[in-house]
Write a protein that binds this ligand. Structure first.
Ligand code: FMN
Length: 185
């Protein structure tokens, strides 16, 4: 079987953001599985306008999403919601998200970003994505990682394992299904 192309999407673009540290941890664990080929999609590396006007850059982003079979969104919570950068990215692409699984790794203060994750469940359902049940939430995120990027949260490591198991299962199911018949979206 071909490895699943899994994109770890870094959802924050803020100067001084924590997102890449969290994404690096996700990437490292996912890359231990030979069933997955992990790529990074860092939203800070794309100029995606919130006017949603198509451009070479939105095309480049659309192609990057189209090349992937599955996604893990690494998202902070801003004012009890999804960061604007991630919402714009979701709104920029239409068909290339469809019939593909997505899992959520959120982080924030005491709430661990769970409100952003629950909003993402609504948004990704509208985009015809399949969101997996298990998610990861890292509360007080700045205290979770040591200087080498190691994490002090065994429950989060377990949760990420379950999330990736479910991503693999769904990616296997829907990749075959997409090849057999056009998705009726
Ligand atoms: C504009 C803004 C709003 C925030 N709102 C929340 C919030 O509602 N809940 C929360 O847990 N943390 C909140 N935080 C804290 C962030 O989760 C924390 O700063 C995190 O590191 C942000 O992710 P980033 O560093 O990748 O941008 C907020 C931070 C910012 C900058």
């Amino acid at each position: 079987m071909q490895p699943i192309q899994l994109a770890v999407v870094v959802g924050s673009v803020r100067a001084g953001r924590v997102g890449p540290i969290v994404a690096e941890w996700v990437r490292g664990i996912a890359a231990e599985r030979n069933t997955l080929e992990v790529v990074e999609v860092d939203l800070a590396e794309f100029e995606l306008p919130n006017t949603l006007i198509p451009s070479d850059e939105t095309e480049r982003f659309t192609r990057a999403i189209g090349a992937c079979d599955a996604f893990v969104f690494v998202t902070p919570e801003y004012n009890h919601g999804v960061p604007g950068s991630l919402k714009t990215a979701l709104d920029t692409v239409k068909y290339e998200w469809r019939a593909k699984p997505v899992g959520f790794v959120s982080y924030g203060g005491l709430g661990g970003g769970v409100r952003a994750t629950e909003q993402l469940r609504q948004i990704t359902a509208e985009l015809h994505m399949v969101s997996v049940r298990d998610s990861v939430s890292l509360h007080r995120v700045r205290k979770r990682f040591d200087s080498a990027g190691g994490i002090d949260d065994a429950a989060a490591v377990d949760a990420l394992g379950r999330l990736l198991d479910q991503i693999e299962w769904w990616a296997d199911a829907v990749t075959g299904a997409r090849q057999r018949a056009e998705y009726p979206g």
